[in-house]
Design a binder for this molecule. Structure first.
Ligand code: ADP
Ligand code: MN
Ligand code: MN
Ligand code: MN
Ligand code: MN
Length: 358
């Protein structure tokens, strides 16, 4: 291009042909990032792949996801995904593992530091910096339970942004690893035996789930001002001081706090569609996750649906803090590391956020 593109509409469509066929496919630009390798003013452009007929390519799950996200946009859905992955040498052997035999059993490695237990942090942090430069909403990284297994978190992202940012973060991961002469695999169970698999937990909330202020009991503070006003918002009665706006009392007109109810409602809907969700939580209809969701190694069994507060062995976990605050988000621990985030967020929005029958 002759000048630096400023917005995605400055980028023209392009076409390419797939190796295995001579049919030309269209690249429709959808999202622009700064290029952390060639540096400013160069860009990385995420594209949707379309057929010549303008229909989405068979593996393009963004197109239909975007349509669902449009329908639920008033709920302001936020997602955060925790991408786990494993570093391998180019020979497929886990990076940093002894040539013969195995490293010490799991227990040393999760969130660890030290050359004898955290293998590849220079690579991990290089990826982290590349994501920050690109403008990806990356939130953190950690060493995982299996040695050479790592995680990074992307989010919170609203709607379609989740898939866009995670896919670009994955591209940068593979690209950074290339420079280091290693390979990142998203296989959900790279090593059989007593080694943890790799997932891509998804954290989910709507505006209603995030809203603070809903509490079970009446809170009363001693207050020196005397002017008070009772305000009613949705299911909450709020008593505020008109002078200093401090909240003197809050109560719910129901026995249960209204905000966590939205989370519970979503979980109830998910419980009725366990099989459908498992089908889209990896690219092979649940086959890949069969190796990972065994009921061991911090997973729930693939054949059961379960939910709980602070329970990392459940399909759905409500974080401890969310249970205390009575508002926030929930986590679906079932998606495999190699899931398509468009397919996962789309299923989540369909099940939890769309009105029945739409
Ligand atoms: P875990 O305790 O399960 O390891 P992490 O700290 O690794 O959790 O990841 C938490 C994820 O939750 C992050 O991706 C973050 O962006 C996301 N998140 C935080 N708040 C919300 C929210 N209100 N709605 C959706 N996602 C959220
Ligand atoms: Mn050519
Ligand atoms: Mn995590
Ligand atoms: Mn993890
Ligand atoms: Mn998690």
């Amino acid at each position: 291009m002759d000048s630096e593109p400023k917005v995605i509409t400055d980028i023209p469509e392009w076409d390419f042909s797939q190796q295995e066929s001579s049919a030309e496919m269209l690249l429709a630009p959808v999202c622009m990032f700064r290029d952390p390798f060639l540096l400013d003013p160069n860009k990385l452009i995420l594209c949707e792949v379309l057929k010549q007929t303008q229909e989405p390519a068979d593996f393009n799950h963004r197109n239909s996801c975007n349509k669902v996200m449009e329908k639920v946009k008033d709920l302001h859905p936020w997602f955060g995904m925790e991408q786990e992955y494993t570093l391998l040498g180019v020979d497929g052997h886990p990076y940093g593992w002894p040539r013969l035999g195995y490293p010490k059993p799991q227990g040393l490695y999760h969130n660890s530091v030290g050359a004898d237990r955290a293998f590849g942090r220079d690579i991990v942090e290089c990826h982290y910096k590349a994501c920050l430069y690109a403008g990806i909403k990356i939130g953190g990284t950690n060493a995982e339970v299996m040695p050479s297994q790592w995680e990074f978190q992307v989010g919170p992202c609203e709607g379609i942004e989740m898939g866009d940012h995670l896919w670009m973060a994955r591209f940068l991961l593979h690209r950074v690893c290339e420079d280091f002469g290693v390979v990142a695999t998203l296989d959900p169970k790279p090593m059989t035996g007593d080694w943890n698999g790799a997932g891509c937990h998804i954290n989910v909330s709507t505006e209603q789930m995030r809203e603070g202020g809903g509490i079970e009991y009446v809170l009363t503070y001693a207050h020196t001002h005397t002017i008070i006003k009772v305000r009613e918002t949705k299911d909450i009665y709020k008593t505020e001081c008109e002078l200093c706006y401090s909240v003197i009392a809050m109560s719910s007109n129901l026995h249960r706090p209204p905000l966590i109810r939205h989370i519970e409602k979503a979980i109830e809907k998910l419980s009725k569609r366990h099989v459908e969700h498992i089908r889209v939580y990896d690219p092979h209809g649940g086959e890949d996750n069969k190796r990972r969701l065994t009921g061991h190694h911090e997973t729930a069994s693939i054949s059961d649906f379960s939910a709980g507060v602070a329970n990392r062995g459940a399909s759905i976990r409500i974080p401890h803090r969310v249970g205390q605050d009575k508002c926030g988000y929930f986590e679906d621990r079932r998606p495999a590391a190699n899931c398509d985030p468009y397919a996962v967020t789309c299923a989540m929005a369909r099940t939890c956020m769309l009105e029945e029958g739409k």
